[in-house]
Design a protein around this ligand. Sequence first.
Ligand code: F6R
Length: 624
Amino acid sequence: MCGIVGYIGKKEAWPILIKGLERLEYRGYDSAGIALMNDRAFFVCKKKGKVVELSKFIKNLNKEEIKKNLSGKIGIAHTRWATHGIPSDSNAHPHLSNDGTIAIVHNGIIENYLSIKKILINKGYKFKSDTDTEVLANLIEDVKKHAKVSIDEAVRLALNEVNGAYAILVISKEEPDTMVIAKLGSPVVIGVGKNEFFIASDATPIIEHTKKVIYLEDGEMAVINNKNKKFNLKIKTITDKTVKIPYIHQLKIKIEELEKGGFPHFMLKEIFEQPESLRNTMRGRIVLEKGNVKFGGLEKFKKELENLNHLTIVGMGTARFAGLIGEYAIEELSGIRTKVEYGSEFTYRDVATPYRAGLIAISQSGETADTLNAIKKAKRDKMLTLGVVNVIGSTIAREVDAGIYNHIGPETAVASTKASTSQVLLLIMLAIYLGRMRGNLSKNKSQEILKEIEKLPALVEIILKNSKHIKQLAKKYKKSENFFFLGRKYNTGAAMEGALKLKECSYIHAEGCNSAELKHGPISLIDKDFPSLVIAPIDSMYEKNKSHIQEIKARGGIVIALTTEGNKELNNIADDVIYIPKTLEILTPILAFVPMQLLAYYISVERGNDVDKPRNLAKSVTVE
Ligand code: F6R
């Protein structure tokens, strides 16, 4: 949540910062701001709303004003997802300390900010915002004044007084050639250019400037300052131990992967990228002759995986729904008892850890705090921790013992699409991998599934070719106020994902539910204005699903049936039918996701919503 960007070097900072904020807007977009160091003075500009409001304001300044205010080669900027205090100009970052000498941007939460605020108020400090960040700015000022230390030392001492999570960038008028960066629990990446540094919450604002990056670890801070016209970077811990400059990573993302590529929205682009993203997910991992799957990252832990007795899958939102499908696949193919939990709940539950237990954490961003905390708990409980993560080098990817990357490139739209199908695919492939290594799955059965997996990109292509039909359905159902998404077995999780997609983008109330559960209560909601999308492919649950459809129709409800190509039977029962190509039952959720994504997308467009940035949301949820 919240995106931070910083620049220190020889170029004008503001265009780099604004562009960087645009790239990070998926992390929050209820206000944005910038602070530039301009000849020992700060130019600070903050605006409620999306980054475009801030850039409009800046672009409307006349040449004189730009020259006067915006020239500065050191700057920090922020795009906010509100936690403490409503979205407003005053709560927007950067925040200045009381005497105006220190500017800070912050991603995270200072948990003990109220008690620190009280102490500072007693000392005479005044506050202009409701944020925890302004408290930190004033704490740094206070420490600096009393300890008479440099800005980096003041930041370090202040951070020793706070609990919570942070990635912060701090600049001070009194040391106008210095930027201090610190991290605990929230991500920050430092891009290393030629005598310049680019700092951001993730690598996306950095790649157009440099491919060389350093990832700060929790509890570390970096100090960049200018000595004899050369910028130096030093890293130490918050406990004041010097850290050797760590390994400099080489980024592999291409800039084109971040652009919309002719699509009106990132969400649509990412939906249409799925044939390719599924191909990339499976690339080099299928060994058909042996009926097996290869995961380089898991090699080191083969023994432990072979002996696993229990698995817990954790994730939040879409990632957890992928986990619900994975649970079925892993239990069926590998024989390992598996349970899915919210990361947020697993962390705080006091349950006995099963013997030889493992945890699979699923996360597109690799930064979700609820999931990250679950991993930390699992490690304390001596569980083997595995990650299914998209963002390379992200916190979760680095925290787990071993991991599998999605390899699908950046996902920018807030609503997850290509990551979700890739997550389900990886969990099914993991189920095969575990099933084969433990002798639970025959070579023939495995080969049968793998052959079908290889066909998935082409099958998704077919669904995408029929997107016009879904667009028409979107026009028909755009005014609905409620929606059910129903499915059974593997498609219970798919139904939940379908509902989440619709509600988060279109703001239509939608519930995902096991179809059999409907008659145990939820069916009382059904009336002539309440559509249900029933996932009913021709599979082991088809007859049951057909009965569920009949039950809804008998109560005057509307049904959109999602079934297998060629099945004409439902045309006479359902109000509308969406077809997906024939595949194995275990793979149907991957195909079912796609039309539901398209429906959510087109309904949201019909309703005039900001599809890529739905209200109140952020893509990367780094707070609990
Ligand atoms: C919904 C969506 C969210 C995320 C959830 C976890 O479309 O994107 O529900 O799935 O916030 O995020 P990651 O996967 O980054 O851990």
